[in-house]
Design a protein around this ligand. Structure first.
Ligand SMILES: *[C@@H]1O[C@H](CO)[C@@H](O)[C@H](O)[C@H]1NC(C)=O
Ligand SMILES: *[C@@H]1O[C@H](CO)[C@@H](O)[C@H](O)[C@H]1NC(C)=O
Ligand SMILES: *[C@@H]1O[C@H](CO)[C@@H](O)[C@H](O)[C@H]1NC(C)=O
Length: 444
């Protein structure tokens, strides 16, 4: 009885041998996808599914076997926690998931939906390794469903009803913040969820706030949500052009938004109009650029420049892989997803944003078409990692996220207010057994 948890886990992995195998297979496939491309640099030790899935097993099973195969994630239900419904559909309950799944912030809905259908989902909190707190607040806020103050208060209310959040101090709880604001969408994030696992495309937001909500050692960078028309649908919105047919060396498509880096590119395009395309695009109003037109522009250059905008991440970086231009990152603080398996120097260029000028164009011009083709070819094979496809696809944004989440699993996920006794009972500072903890929980 000393190792209650490992007992459970063992039983599970025996009775679900088949699923486990499929899962190991997924994980191995993901590793192999990466391994195939970056063989020389990252994966000189070959990865075998078996050794990976049972990394630390000891004969008596006191050490729980680690591997993505055993990952169990609990997804909170909107009806189980008072207030959670508000974070999903606003104070009047009128905002729909279908409305929120569109556009670059759709990841907040897509990840939730993928987890609901996932074989890694558990319906038993007591056996969960990690807990997912669904919320579509970016969308709800954009659509006027909640204001900042309500969002903040609702989060606090929701968290105060979760004994498991109290138990771990939030360390095994997962939140998605799909926009540049990252966790700042929840004003008091630093007080309440600064130990939790945050999934966000945003690595840096120090331009507007004193501190970044992203912590590279605990949080996970996720790919932005690319239009399904370029990733999943068949036929795709547009098909890539052969290099020789592309009119421009490089392009930048987007609004200037008064950002220095972007304004500099627009100036540069005026100076070198035959090399750099940077048209003034209308993203709203009667001359609004259609989705397809946007991609038709994007595919007409060998290099797609991705300057920092309102924040450090840009969707353009991910889109580049689907029109097959080489992304050039001009965003010094950028953080990219799946750093454990992807070597970005093989598939993109990161150039100092302070040297955006003719020097950049000269440099790009010096790269041969052969070298460009090779980078594009490598990018073509990794881009499955940016696609929020169903779990049945072994390489997808979701498989990448599961791989990263696996690394966050701990046998010890306790808060400073959590204690345990000789018989495995978890208790509070007042020695009240965990099963008797009653919401509202003291926070943080
Ligand atoms: C967020 O809500 C909590 C609880 O109501 C409150 O204590 C805190 O001051 C709020 N934060 C902000 C920035 O309003
Ligand atoms: C996280 O929250 C704890 C408890 O409120 C606080 O002591 C700590 O300073 C916070 N850390 C950050 C980075 O805000
Ligand atoms: C563990 O021991 C404590 C203190 O003796 C006792 O109150 C508690 O009921 C025990 N728990 C279990 C699960 O036996």
């Amino acid at each position: 009885m000393a190792t209650i948890n490992s007992g459970n886990k063992t039983t599970r992995s025996h009775s679900h041998h088949h699923t486990s195998f499929t899962r190991v297979h997924h994980f191995a496939a993901l590793a192999l996808v990466a391994a195939t491309f970056f063989l020389t640099r990252l994966f000189d030790h070959s990865i075998s599914p078996c050794s990976d899935a049972n990394l630390y097993t000891t004969p008596d099973d006191t050490v729980r076997s680690r591997g993505y195969a055993n990952l169990k994630i609990y997804v909170y239900d909107k009806d189980e926690i008072d207030g959670l419904q508000l974070l999903l559909s606003g104070r009047d309950g009128k905002i729909s998931a279908d409305a929120c799944v569109k556009g670059q912030w759709g990841t907040q809905v897509k990840i939730h939906r993928l987890l609901l259908q996932s074989t890694y989902r558990t319906r038993k909190k007591e056996e969960a390794d990690l807990f997912f707190v669904p919320s579509y607040v970016k969308c709800v806020r954009m659509m006027g469903g909640l204001n900042d103050k309500e969002i903040n208060q609702t989060y606090v209310k929701v968290l105060s009803q979760m004994p498991y959040f109290r138990l771990s101090g939030g360390r095994n709880h997962i939140f998605v913040f799909p926009s540049g604001a990252g966790a700042h969408l929840f004003k008091s994030w630093a007080t309440y969820i600064n130990r939790s696992i945050i999934l966000t495309p945003e690595g840096d937001r120090t331009d507007k706030r004193a501190i970044s909500a992203f912590n590279t050692w605990k949080d996970i960078i996720i790919p932005g949500n690319i239009d399904d028309g370029m990733t999943i649908n068949n036929p795709r919105l547009v098909d890539p052009l052969p290099l020789s047919k592309r009119k421009y060396l490089a392009n930048y498509l987007g609004r200037a938004q008064g950002k220095i880096g972007r304004l500099r590119l627009i100036e540069l395009a005026k100076e070198y109009p035959d090399k750099l395309e940077s048209p003034v695009l209308k993203f709203s109003g009667p001359e609004k650029l259609g989705k397809r037109d946007y991609f038709l522009h994007l595919l007409n250059a060998k290099f797609c420049l991705a300057p920092r905008g309102e924040s450090s991440w840009t969707l353009r970086f991910y889109e580049s892989f689907f029109v097959e231009c080489v992304p050039v990152i001009l965003s010094d603080q950028v953080e990219l997803p799946f750093q454990d398996v992807v070597d970005y120097s093989q598939i993109s260029i990161k150039w100092p944003s302070t040297r955006t000028g003719k020097e950049l164009l000269d440099y790009l011009e010096s790269i041969s078409d052969n070298e460009i083709e090779e980078m594009i070819a490598r990018g073509r094979r990794v881009r499955c990692l940016w696609v929020y496809a169903t779990e049945s696809k072994s390489c997808s944004a979701f498989s990448g996220i599961l791989g990263e989440l696996q690394k966050k699993v701990r046998q010890f996920h306790q808060s400073v207010e959590t204690f345990w006794l000789h018989n495995g009972s978890l208790v509070s500072r007042d020695l009240v057994e965990f099963s008797k903890w009653k919401p509202p929980m003291p926070l943080p």
